[in-house]
Ligand binder design. Structure first.
Ligand code: MG
Length: 455
């Protein structure tokens, strides 16, 4: 049986891997999946890519042909659609987006009635229906309705969960880099409600992502950094193409990794809102998270890399917080999916309630050093993982095999190697409280991986 779903929905180059024909047949299979679960009301949304309205039309028609009613929210950030499905008790949702992928890509994400992407095993059910064509077109056709309150519902949901008065009283100066992406329809309005003085860059939605590309990285946020310094902003923040991830920059112009900004948010939530909770994060994020959680009687659950793994684990164990090192942050009181707008509101609340600058909040975490690199994969990744884990065990090192292999070189130093879920590469992550030890470990393991790959 073939596979359609990758790490985050069905993705591919539009008109090549992902054609309208495939989208139509896939929507029949998705329709069948919802129908057998008594789902008849589905919310549809799409991002700002050029091919998104075309795919949305076809998916809507396909689901209508299966007898399902479509509630079309049009262009919205992914978390906005997810929140709307959950908040208004729809049977599910479909989001047309390829998130941070280049412009020629697009994708179809299937959302369950809880607002979270459907579980992996349900993706397999849809794939099976797709390839076997076991769907029954309906005699009763569904309708398409337009909805126009998705963005307001989303913003109201976010502002209800933060101390608006405290944030407003600060009159924060914020620079946002919208990356020509979908958060451009929600973030300006949210920040206005939070009383911020906002400077925007790349705020025009454009499917070619002409500003700085669709993925915010440490290397392409120069404009954000210089604008933050120019206007003397309290905070800078950049979003990815569909607005679920947010990357922060402090007033000095330093860009934060997602687990660093996430650690600051966790400390804020546990200190000021609620303690004794569960936190879910992939096995490759900073040990700083464990340190903060234990300080507030909270526990950390480590899962495989991937936002769906984090979200689904959060629902399973009833976790309040989830986070990823790439800038995905989940706050379950809102919804257990990553959400760039909710995360921004929480960060502003953290600054307001602490009365400190972001770089001051970061100060106490500075002793954690991280490193990340990648290798082109030749052949089978499992050989690399096997040899590294065997070698580590022979040397009496503790290992974890949640995703690839994580080796504890010392109590405060680890290195992890895993195969990417989306590209033919292997990734290496490492962290230590000692910068020299980190450098040594990275050099040693880079050599080890290369010697196995190129033997
Ligand atoms: Mg995204």
């Amino acid at each position: 049986m073939g596979r359609l779903f990758g790490t985050n929905g069905v993705r591919g180059v539009f008109n090549k891997d992902l054609t309208l024909d495939l989208a139509l047949r896939l929507s029949y299979a998705i329709g069948e999946y919802f129908k057998v679960r008594n789902g008849s009301r589905i919310v549809l949304g799409y991002d700002g890519r050029y091919s998104s309205p075309l795919l949305a039309d076809v998916v809507s028609a396909g689901l209508n042909a299966m007898g399902i009613d479509i509630y079309n929210a049009s262009l919205v950030p992914t978390p906005c659609l997810q929140y709307y499905v959950k908040r208004l008790n729809y049977d599910g949702g479909i989001m047309i987006t390829a998130s941070h992928n280049p412009p020629e890509y697009n994708g179809i994400k299937v959302i369950a009635s809880d607002g979270v992407e459907i579980p992996r095993e349900d993706e397999a059910i849809i794939e099976d229906t797709f390839f076997s064509e076991k769907y029954k077109l309906s005699d009763r056709l569904g309708n398409e309705y337009s909805i126009n309150d998705a963005i307001d519902t989303y913003i109201d949901g976010i502002t209800a969960l933060v101390d608006i008065d405290a944030i407003r009283s600060k009159g924060f100066k914020v620079v946002v880099d919208l990356g020509n992406g979908a958060q451009a329809v929600a973030i300006p309005k949210l920040l206005k409600e939070l009383g911020c003085k906002v400077t925007m860059i790349n705020e025009h939605i454009d499917g070619s992502f002409p500003g700085r590309g669709s993925e915010p990285t440490v290397d392409n946020l120069n404009e954000l950094v210089s604008k933050v310094r120019d206007v003397g902003a309290d905070l800078g923040v950049a979003y990815d193409g569909d607005g679920d991830r947010s990357v922060f920059c402090d007033s000095t112009g330093t860009i934060y990794t997602g687990d660093r900004s996430g650690a600051i948010l966790i400390e804020h939530i546990l200190k000021n809102k609620v303690s004794n909770v569960n936190v879910v994060t992939p096995v490759n994020s900073s040990m700083l998270i464990d340190m903060i959680a234990s300080k507030y009687n909270s526990s950390v659950h480590r899962v495989k890399v991937g936002s769906v793994e984090v979200s689904r684990a959060m629902l399973k164990i009833g976790a309040l917080i989830g986070l990823e090192e790439n800038g995905g942050f989940m706050y379950a009181r809102h919804i257990a999916v990553r959400d760039g707008a909710m995360t921004t509101a929480l960060m502003l609340e953290a600054l307001a309630s602490s009365d400190k600058r972001l770089d001051e909040l970061n100060g106490m975490y500075k002793r954690f050093h991280q490193y990340k690199t990648k290798f082109q994969l030749k052949g089978d990744s499992s050989r690399v993982i096997e040899e590294l884990s065997r070698d580590a065990m022979n040397r009496g090192k503790r290992i974890e095999m949640i995703d690839g292999v994580k080796i504890w070189v010392e109590d405060d130093t680890w290195v992890m190697v895993r195969a990417s879920g989306t590209e033919p590469i292997m990734r290496l992550y490492a962290e230590s409280v000692d910068e020299n030890r980190l450098r040594y470990v990275v050099t040693a393991y880079t050599e080890k991986v290369n010697s196995i790959l190129y033997r």
